[in-house]
Design a protein around this ligand. Structure first.
Ligand SMILES: Nc1ncnc2c1ncn2[C@@H]1O[C@H](COP(=O)(O)OP(=O)(O)OP(=O)(O)O)[C@@H](O)[C@H]1O
Length: 456
């Protein structure tokens, strides 16, 4: 007996729940499947045959990986079959990739590592990647790191591009010793604040810069670079693994313009860079050759590498969404690893807040004619409603420390200002861990920008 009206209802129900489409992608050896997934939609990829990798990290056969808000590529050296569930917004296969060139760069670095292993005092390569925005610098860094880790090396990876955070929020400069593989879904992987993860967590050393462009506060940027270089040098001399593996440095696209050349020189000097990998710019390559040739005391090898045709220019709206996602994941985790942040109230009198000094908040128009603007590292800021929805870095320093001391302090973590009551002089903040806010200075800046959608 059929129940009147039930069957059509069920049919409607099954029509409403759309099953994602499943496609099979056969990739021949040496080809790359490039794809883009918008924020808010997800695709799942499983390798069912052969070998495949995402920017140097292998995708094991049979495991499903899900991707959202990403522009990426899967490359195969030997051929593979991919099972794709869901529909990417863009997808195509490319026969032309610079992967051979990138692999050669890796083997050249490996040769230097092998040489360093022969002598107890020799240093492994200190490579730095430079190039314009969206030239594929971070992707190349991941490839070189992934290959080095797969060969048992432990390179120190340094991110000097505040535009994207590595194992931390955007706006930070970080260094981390990589001894385990990257997480293919998460980019670089996870840090201990991200909660349990199938891939071992990495412990990054984090400094907060808070400006997108290294020229935004050159003095602060240079100071943080020097500080990070000191930490990296000490890590590289800690054990034989690190000494021979050397370091790989990712940089900001802003310094690839001629106004940034002095900054390149500063980084090269501080990190004792000996290999400069120039990506996607003939002019930059030739300028660097001119600048760094004939330095017998500190030779720097300048190498030209081709930009991948798959590199995509990421529009500002995409980058903004990436930053918002990074902030949300810092506090709330993501579907596979949810976190429970804590809300607490803090009174203004217990806080010492500094703002990163930027040209825009110094007021050069008030200076007498002819006088040069002296940009401060930080400016003290009275807590107020202006901080609402901002991210603040809690730094490892004392409340009465000077600006210079702050510029040498690592980040303990970040808090989010959920609401501010100017009259009662307190604010509600969201913190990733429970307990009282430690009595440490807080640093606020414009990058990443205030996020309105974090707590509803
Ligand atoms: N071969 C490729 N196929 C598809 N997408 C790619 C490929 N290589 C890089 N991309 C994508 O292109 C974008 C830009 O690449 P990447 O972040 O490596 O550039 P970048 O030079 O580090 O950029 P920026 O200096 O602006 O941070 C990223 O979304 C990256 O995932």
């Amino acid at each position: 007996m059929s129940v009147p009206g039930l069957l059509p209802g069920l049919q409607q129900l099954s029509e409403a729940v759309e099953t994602p489409s499943e496609t099979i992608q056969e990739l021949q050896a040496g080809r790359e499947w490039r794809f883009e997934v918008a924020f808010g939609s997800t695709i799942e990829i499983k390798v069912t045959r052969g070998t495949a990798e995402i920017f140097g990290t292998e995708l094991p056969v049979g495991n499903k990986f899900s991707f959202t808000g990403i522009k990426s590529a899967i490359y195969t050296w030997t051929g593979c079959t991919l099972e794709i569930t869901g529909t990417p917004s863009v997808e195509y296969t490319s026969e032309e990739t610079p992967m051979n060139m990138y692999a050669n760069a890796h083997f050249a670095l490996e040769k230097l590592r092998g040489k360093a292993a022969e002598s107890p005092t020799a240093q492994g390569p200190r490579a730095m990647i430079i190039g314009p925005h969206d030239a594929g610098k971070t992707s190349l860094l991941k490839i070189l790191t992934g290959y080095a880790v797969r060969q048992g090396r432990r390179p120190v990876v340094v991110n000097l591009d505040p535009r994207e955070g590595m194992l931390s929020l955007p706006g930070t400069l970080t260094a981390v010793s990589f001894s385990t593989i990257m997480d293919v879904e998460e980019g670089f992987g996870t840090s201990p604040t991200s909660g349990p993860s199938p891939v071992p967590a990495k412990l990054p050393l984090v400094y907060y810069y808070g400006v997108e462009n290294p020229e935004g506060n050159e003095k602060l940027y240079k100071s943080l670079v020097s500080r990070l270089a000191l930490a990296v040098s000490s890590k590289l001399s800690e054990d034989d693994y690190s000494r021979t593996s050397g370091c790989i440095i990712d940089t900001s696209g802003f310094i690839a313009q001629s106004s940034g050349y002095d900054m390149i020189q500063h980084i090269v000097a501080e990190f004792s860079v000996d290999t400069l990998l120039v990506l996607g710019s003939e002019r930059l390559y030739s300028d660097m050759c001119r600048r760094f040739e004939d330095r017998p005391q500190n030779p720097v090898t300048v190498v030209k590498l081709q930009k991948s045709g798959g590199c995509v220019d990421r529009e500002e709206s995409f980058m903004k969404q990436s930053r918002e996602t990074a902030i949300r994941e810092y506090f709330f985790g993501e579907p596979k690893r949810t976190l429970s942040p804590y809300t607490m109230s803090v009174v203004f009198d217990d806080l010492k807040v500094w703002r990163v000094g930027q040209a825009s908040n110094v007021g050069s128009e008030l200076l007498p004619a002819g006088e040069e603007l002296k940009q401060p590292l930080y400016i003290t800021t009275e807590p107020s409603v202006l901080l609402q929805h901002s991210i603040m870095a809690v730094v490892n320093a004392n409340l009465d420390d000077s600006e210079e001391a702050l510029a040498e302090s690592t980040v303990m973590g970040f808090v989010y200002v959920a609401s501010v009551d100017d009259q009662k002089r307190y604010m509600k903040i969201l913190a990733p861990v429970s307990g009282r806010l430690p009595p440490k200075p807080l640093i606020v800046s414009s990058y990443p920008e205030p996020t309105f959608s974090l707590v509803g």
